[in-house]
Design a protein around this ligand. Structure first.
Ligand SMILES: Cc1cc2nc3c(=O)[nH]c(=O)nc-3n(C[C@H](O)[C@H](O)[C@H](O)COP(=O)(O)OP(=O)(O)OC[C@H]3O[C@@H](n4cnc5c(N)ncnc54)[C@H](O)[C@@H]3O)c2cc1C
Ligand code: FES
Ligand code: FES
Length: 464
């Protein structure tokens, strides 16, 4: 049980313990590093998770190093974690780290503003022991922008740092109790505690990775008043890759979920690589994507097409509902005020079933979808026996195209494309007009038709 009114925020910074008391736990990690700790190496560019200038490394207890954005992470979130900043790379004699040297020797820095962020992204990449392939390097750098646009030498440096030995991850401080910071930031350590807190604090926002909510603290400068941080609830962090279904706790991060998701549904490999950046996927969760209920979130169409069930927990017990019943209206969900998403569960593909997905956005990397489509098709003797087609960006909620599905089964793809206009009155905004979105969705169905006609073609999602 939560037993104290206010605890100090404890974490490991560059290998040394830190304890912070008397400061709002909603202070961003970036503000604290720069304004309170005087560590100005970590930069602020956009303050919204887009540019990577604020990249630091999160050193996981299992030894992994993951890049994350300090600008949208709140201090309370790093309690019990181990963080390394660019200052933590220098040797005792102040000598640059081999990763820093590689960037300097490749002339990979011009004005230098973005450089600490690139250094930390490169450091996490090197620590991961990944191969120096262009695709992997691209993925590792997709969350970092350089206004001087010196990408070629940065890529050259990345090829040199691949596989470089890095510092062993510094251990995070041990936490045995569930902390409460300033009586506004609750960090339960069990599901029972989470639901009890939820009932006791209906005014609190649930915080998972904070890649949506953190923008309130960073860009909007209006941090939430009270939060319940669900990231350390063990029941929300499990993955069960069963023979029939795969089930994920709501607080499982994208980075953690990806291997299992990609194994079960291979086209998600390239789709998920375009969801935010590595920095975003380090903390961001699929539970948060569902809870956010954005009509242009990337996971809802995928999960709708895959017939996902979502489990909601409250002091009254748990209930499970099909994901279709979860989205009620624009950013409105079926969650009762005392409920939290506990997990979501997807059936594995059955013989004869294929799955495909597409993301169309203005920019390839680090961009929100204009339209996202996901489709599960069951074929028998070359005929489509069942189809689940789901889209994001086409209505106030992520939604299945039920009329197009029926038309596809009865009359084929041409009829399905026409029926889309009955399913959707798309959003009309700066990302795309309603007419454009309708045309894109129809084109995606044409693409699906071609994929099914040529099953030997690779099923990976190409950049659109
Ligand atoms: C730079 C950047 C790029 C992004 N790119 C993409 C993208 O390409 N595609 C995309 O879809 N999204 C993108 N996002 C949005 C965001 O990363 C995702 O929506 C992410 O999945 C949110 O997860 P989170 O854990 O960070 O959520 P949080 O910010 O912690 O929470 C989001 C919402 O979910 C609620 N919530 C969290 N956990 C629970 C729970 N267990 N039960 C009930 N409610 C809960 C919260 O109360 C809040 O309303 C991007 C964000 C940024 C900053
Ligand atoms: S300051 Fe731009 S991502 Fe954090
Ligand atoms: S070197 Fe100037 S912003 Fe990258």
């Amino acid at each position: 049980m939560v037993s104290r009114m206010a605890d100090a925020i404890c974490f490991t910074l560059n290998g040394a313990p830190v304890e912070i008391a008397g400061l709002s736990p909603m202070t961003t990690l970036l503000d604290w590093l720069r304004e309170h700790r005087g560590l100005k190496g970590t930069k602020e560019g956009c303050a919204e998770g887009d540019c990577g200038a604020c990249t630091v490394a999160l050193e996981r207890a299992d030894g992994r190093h993951e890049a994350m954005n300090a600008c949208i992470a709140m201090l309370g979130q790093v309690d019990g974690q181990s963080i390394r900043t660019v200052e933590g790379l220098l040797g005792k004699d102040g000598a640059p780290h081999p990763v820093q040297r590689a960037l300097a020797e490749a002339d990979a820095t011009q004005c230098g503003f973005c450089t600490p962020g690139f250094v930390m992204a490169a450091y996490a990449f090197a620590a991961g022991g990944e191969p120096p392939e262009l695709e992997t390097i691209h993925d590792a750098l997709a969350g970092n922008l350089c206004r001087c646009t010196g990408y070629r030498p940065i890529i050259d440096a990345m090829k040199k740092v691949a596989g470089l030995a890095t510092e062993p991850a510094a251990p995070p401080p041990a936490r045995t109790m569930s902390p409460v910071f300033e009586n506004t930031f609750f960090a339960p350590r069990s599901l029972a505690e989470l639901v009890a807190l939820r009932a006791r604090h209906p005014e609190a926002l649930l915080l998972a990775g904070g890649t949506d909510l953190g923008l309130l603290a960073s860009r909007a400068r209006q941090p939430p008043q009270v939060v319940i941080h669900v990231a350390h609830v063990p029941e929300l962090n499990t993955i069960d890759a069963g023979k029939q279904r795969v089930t994920f706790g709501a607080a499982v991060t994208y980075a953690h979920a990806m291997p299992t998701l990609v194994e079960a549904y291979p086209p998600l490999r390239t789709y998920l690589a375009r969801l935010g950046s590595r920095q975003i996927r380090t903390l961001g969760t699929i539970g948060g994507n569902l809870g956010n209920a954005s009509p242009i979130g990337d996971m809802p169409p995928v999960l709708l097409a895959l017939e996902t069930k979502v489990k909601l927990a409250s002091p009254r017990g748990a209930r499970e509902l099909p994901l279709e019943q979860f989205f009620l209206g624009y950013r409105k969900t079926a969650l009762a005020p005392d409920e939290a998403i506990e997990s979501f569960s997807l059936p594995r593909l059955q013989p004869g079933e294929t799955f495909h997905c597409d993301k169309v956005s203005k920019r390839r990397d680090q961009d929100i979808s204009t339209v996202a489509g996901a489709y599960r098709i069951r074929l028998k003797n070359g005929r489509i026996e069942d189809a689940r087609l789901a889209f994001g960006g086409m209505a106030a909620t992520p939604k299945r195209a039920s009329r197009a599905e029926a038309a596809l089964l009865n009359d084929g793809f041409e009829a399905a494309r026409t029926a889309l206009a009955q399913d959707f009155q798309p959003l009309d905004d700066w990302r795309g007009s309603a007419a454009y979105r309708l045309q894109v969705a129809a084109n995606l169905l044409r693409r699906l038709e071609l994929r099914l006609a040529e099953p030997q073609r690779p099923v990976e999602v190409e950049a659109l």
